[in-house]
Write a protein that binds this ligand. Sequence first.
Ligand code: FDA
Length: 320
Amino acid sequence: SGMFRKLWQSGMIALARSRRVRNFAQHSRATSFLSGKYVSGETPAAGIKRAQELLAGNGIRSSLFYMGEYVDDWDLVTQNIDNKLDVAARLGQAGLDVHVSVDPTQIGHHLDPDVVAGHAERIAKAVQAAVGNKGGVNCLMFDMEDASLNDPTIAVHNRMQDMGLPVALTLQAYLRRTRQDLQAQIARGSRVRLVKGAFAAPPDIAFTKRADIKANSRALIGDMLSQQARENGFYPIIATHDTALQDFTIETARANGWAAGDYEFEMLLGVREDVAKALAAKGERVRLYVPFGRDWWPHAARRIGENPANAMLLMRSLFS
Ligand code: FDA
């Protein structure tokens, strides 16, 4: 099953990238139920509405993500930035956390890496403006894409942070370099979201076995919830659906003097929401990554790829 899982995941990563499959999927009624599962809707208003429902119903917070990946022209970059600015303002008006996630490639990395910092700065300033005097957990969160984006993303994050802007960084447990990257961020007193990593990379730079990624996740969680990190004002965000890692997080936190709410769990909309609700009910701080927009296939395809049980579901929808 390990073999099948790997094939399935890499197959779906390839399909997530295929323009032809994307065009088909996003316009096909057969696959539209998949968008309903992992995506809140097409508009910013739909994303905000879902965020309000999650907060009112379950005390669960949100990070809004406008899906506009695979950007290859400047009009799309502008559209992506405008969307993030709009959402930050709306979140502020709605009295919700102003928490917005961004992929560097959405704001122009592939067209010209030098524009990313300026674009990120505009969005981070919009977040700061929308927050008012609330401070706290509000931020522009940098997602982490494939390994070619590691250095540029960290550099832009650090630059924004040095300007005093509210930013946070995603680091991936599948990469061998992450332990060191994390140490640097702990020293900076940053906010870091730890994920396993949704990309594939060769064994010289990445752990490729699930057990090794999991072991590295534990080591990284240990660092994030250490007493040293707490003293530095570091803010840990553990983003996983893996309940063993969540339990390990809580155990480590308590052992080192962190209370619930001094750190947070983040999960994806549509994935194991029962687990998210149970954590929130226990008093843990929980956030869901809430995607919205019309370009939903790449995101949904990766989520489908993470769960082999989705294989049958997808096949049935395509061939029924
Ligand atoms: P794992 O995949 O081991 O899953 C744990 C359990 O949850 C398993 O039982 C599994 O079956 C179940 N599960 C997982 N996915 C499921 C699904 N889609 N449907 C049903 N069950 C499922 N990656 C990245 O490279 N860069 C990034 O910026 C981000 N950002 C990000 C933000 C947030 C909030 C989250 C939660 C995740 C990301 N990711 C990410 C994705 C991340 O790297 C990883 O691919 C997924 O979270 C899956 O790994 P888990 O840690 O959840 O464990």
